[in-house]
Design a protein around this ligand. Sequence first.
Ligand code: 9MR
Length: 404
Amino acid sequence: MVGLLSSLFACLTAASLVSADGLNARAVAAGKKYFGTAISTTILNDASANAIGKNFQDFGQYTCENEMKFDATEPSRGSFSYGNADKIVAQAQANGQILRCHALVWHSQVPSWVTSGGFNNATLISIMQNHIANVVGHYKGKCYAWDVVNEALNEDGSYRSSGSVWGSTIGPAFIPIAFAAAAAADPGAKLYYNDYNCDKAGAKATGAQNLIKMVKSYGAPIHGFGMQGHMTTGQVGSASALVSNMQGFTALGVEVAYTELDMATPSSNPNFNQQATDYATVVSACKQVAGCVGITIWGFTDRYTWISNSAPLPWDTNFQKKAAYASILNAWGSAGTGSSTTTATMTTTIVTSSTTSAGPAPSGGGGCAAAHWAQCGGTGYTGCTTCASPYTCQYSNAWYSQCL
Ligand code: 9MR
């Protein structure tokens, strides 16, 4: 009888551990903040897809695929529209998922009233600042991070001008102006520059590092670099190349994240085993870099990928897990016995993280002073917890306190 009961107990224990396992649970067990996904109105309206997207064990973080972009949030001048994004934010908050908010200033998905308005430099700056103040203000306290500026570089690392109303009208100065505006609207959000083809060292990654230095030289805060990670199966190469590239950014004092990871392979002739290997390489690289805070995949099912004729995601078009799922899981490492506790704690802290009032005292090293705007506390943070005079360390959310 005792043997039967202990077997039953062992089964129940195993079952509860299994149910608490998943891509996000493993990422958190490996010391990361999240494993997440882009989510869209299309997903929310598809019950089968949404059931997968709502699973916190797999996805601890959401990025709106299109719903927070300029054309969605300010379709006509001064008229703001948040309905679709708000639905995604509400689902994230109900499930305890962190939000990466995307994207404030981008040359694409800008409404024609901006691109064809013939605005001069000063007017376009004020339009940009007003947009940022409104959108960031609307989501204040809810976004772990904002992609403030997206894809401002050419492939050779120079600043994009052609095809960008911002670059061609204002010049590269729009970038620090945008970061300063975002900081003013939500001092607690991590402010990111986000771009593609910056996964390995090269001209564009160097350009992104120069951009980060440039923003800092203007006195504006920048906290993170988003490597979008739109990759191609069979062309990812070694984890060590990805690691050393990330270290080039973290050496500048910013965190990094893979913000839009997918692994293209033709749906007519896919190589899912290589794809699984390549996903694992990216996970392994992020795992090796303390400043890599998490990974977001750009959707999770091949049914709704943005890439035509491709099967780049870990779930197939019928919502079945592909080889990539297990390889990502394994690359994070074992779930550990603490995984269910860890995720439950995260849920609680996320839901209550919208306050900007005084919160728990940040923990970390003493005997040093963080500069104005710098981080001074938060989960996993180990740097200075006091601020240079006259600034004080102000709690923003569970992951972030800042010298203000
Ligand atoms: O996935 C997005 C797709 O639905 C849109 O049609 C497209 C418009 O340009 O944007 C896609 O998302 C992009 C992201 O916002 C920025 N990096 C590149 C992504 C893929 O194009």
